[in-house]
Design a protein around this ligand. Structure first.
Ligand code: PEP
Length: 253
């Protein structure tokens, strides 16, 4: 079995001015000591990407964006492209976050175009999927995930997809304080890995890191990270304060 490096990623959403983002990034860098076994990514708002990239520089912290548009350039007022994110220092980009789907009408087809654009430019997509509370209650979780995965990955070859990241983020757990139980998280992560095995290959399924997201905090990280198919966490609210995010990064202590 391939050893998958754990990853802790912070999604700062629409929080922090440039000065605040710089201060937070500095705080995280100062608290990193002893985190060599874990990949760390922070995704500030787009205005703060460049200042934060200067602060994290050669440290083990990688930069991620929260969104992109699929064209490289053009008359698309307000949008930011994959090559622009590369030029700002990004290595990762979060795609298909439920807040984008919910508030900005992003469809699975949009998500697919964004994933392809990210990969074409050399960014690693963090492809978010997850069911709503009513979908879970009506036992549609797996069919919803199947659709999101099938459409999101449509047309992608195995070589193109690797080393993609998937984030399972049950919508009912995002920003609500409700976390999936270990059993719920493990069941879904194992399901996603089986999907990847069928869609690509056992090797790619084994190599793909599947992050859990949804009210991750210091108190529940170790339990989630101990699950066989949970390879990391995508953290929203608890990533905004360096001391709290650092506690999550150091979940093994
Ligand atoms: C997120 O924004 O991806 C997220 C999981 O948020 P929170 O940790 O606040 O639930």
């Amino acid at each position: 079995m391939t050893a998958r490096r754990p990853m802790i990623a912070g999604n700062w959403k629409m929080y922090k001015t440039c000065a605040e983002a710089e201060e937070t990034a500095r705080g995280i860098v100062e608290l990193l000591h002893g985190s060599e076994e874990t990949d760390i990514m922070i995704a500030p708002p787009s205005t703060a990407l460049v200042p934060v990239s200067r602060i994290i520089g050669d440290t083990p912290v990688d930069l991620g964006a929260q969104n992109l548009f699929w064209e490289n350039q053009g008359a698309y007022t307000g949008e930011v492209s994959a090559p622009m994110l590369i030029s700002a220092g990004c290595r990762y980009v979060i795609i298909g976050h439920s807040e984008r789907r919910q508030y900005f009408g992003e469809t699975d087809q949009d998500v697919n175009k964004k994933i392809r654009a990210a990969i074409a430019a050399g960014l690693v997509p963090v492809f978010c999927i997850g069911e709503t509370e009513s979908e879970r209650d009506s036992e549609k979780t797996f069919s919803v995930l199947d659709k999101q995965l099938e459409k999101g990955l449509e047309g992608l070859s195995e070589e193109q997809f690797r080393p993609g990241l998937i984030a399972y983020e049950p919508v009912w757990a995002i920003g609500t304080g409700k976390t999936a139980t270990p059993q719920q998280a493990q069941d879904v992560h194992a399901y996603i890995r089986t999907f990847l095995k069928k869609r690509f290959s056992p090797e790619t399924a084994e190599a793909t890191r599947i992050l859990y997201g949804g009210s991750v905090k210091p108190a529940n990280t170790a339990e989630l990270m101990a699950l066989a198919d949970v390879d990391g966490a995508l953290v929203g609210g608890a990533s905004l304060k360096p001391e709290i995010f650092a506690e999550i990064i150091h979940y093994k202590r």
